[in-house]
Design a protein around this ligand. Sequence first.
Ligand SMILES: [Zn+2]
Length: 432
Amino acid sequence: MRAATLLLSLSLTAGSLVAQDVTAIRAGRFIDVERGEVRTNQVIIIRGEKVESVQAAGAPIPRGAIVIDLSAFTVSPGLIDCHTHIADPIESNSAADPLTISAAQSAFWGVRNARATLLAGFTTTRDVGVYRGFTDIALRNAINDGTVIGPRMKVAGAYITVSSGGGEVTGLAADVVVPADFRRGVANSIAEVRQRVREILNAGADFIKIIATGAVLTPGTKPGAPEYTEEEIRAAVQEAANYGTFVAAHAHGAEGIKRAARAGVRSIEHGSLADDEALQIMKEHGTWLVADIWDGDYIDSVGTRDHWSEEILRKNRETTETQRTAFRKAVAMGVNLAYGTDSGVYPHGLNARQLPYMMKYGMTPMQAIQSATINAARMMYWDGEVGSLAPGKYADLIAVKGDALADLGRFGDVPFVMKGGQVVKLEGKSVR
Ligand SMILES: [Zn+2]
């Protein structure tokens, strides 16, 4: 109660908090994701936007530091979702929906989504694609320059997809022409893949998203069907490597997963129909699996209630339990696993709902948190700056009531969020 009261009083002076240079946070419990342990009674010293030290309580606190008492809480590094669609405002089942929203409306909804994601405790995301090309680049830049509040983002720019494939706006009448903005990444040959990768990275994307198989939510496409050859995917990997970056591959079907893993992609998104051989190839190549093992339940319940198309509901049913089975095997095999939820399929801000599912399908609570912090950061080559609370890294952290690892559901209600040393949420209130 005492800490809760202090939190409340701090909220009255949050404006002054932001301006202070040195902050000391008393953590009742502290999740050390690098060592995989929870320590009690720690003090985190933050100078500017970076962590300076993490020490046992009793260590000297710099004079003049603002002290935030989170001794009734578990302090965790800010969470990372490696599969979001924050900049794509659609939460829907209708293929035509992206065409019913103007670019301006899209940008405003992106602002709303970014805010909801950050206030839910997700201080970093990898945004894996938008239908209207490059809206994600604009949103990332607006967050970085302080125009809007949101998580740190790495963005994909546009989907590399075959024409009529999983990354296209499909399901329209044959004589409807989809605007060029929605087709920035359409590529049907090795040469076109290389061209599109260059165009997307030169436009400012951080990495490449390739659609290697059909998709659940894209009408007409078949999740089990591979849409690119291994050589075409390899061309994307090689071209991305020329820019010092990586490729994330959307892949449901086993053959598509195998091609993408052999071609050297950094991560497989979904992995829903992975067989043992596919998981083995991923393990051999060090490929990361980013499996959205919660949202199948969301699609099934809301989609049924709201009369989504039978095709989508059927494809969702055909990929939900298979994905969970593959995920459980991947955990047992020691495949690299990073947390990703496919936000946008469900309302942004519910990203933590998947954490208990990570446990249900084979992870320990600590492994689940590591997948959403340090391992997520490693997957996207950002572990030098985010993913754990260590000296020199950004002070991105959250507080969860009580003993958080005893009930991962508590991560769904985060009373305190700090990003880069600035308090952005206190007791449910946004302070920015
Ligand atoms: Zn997705």
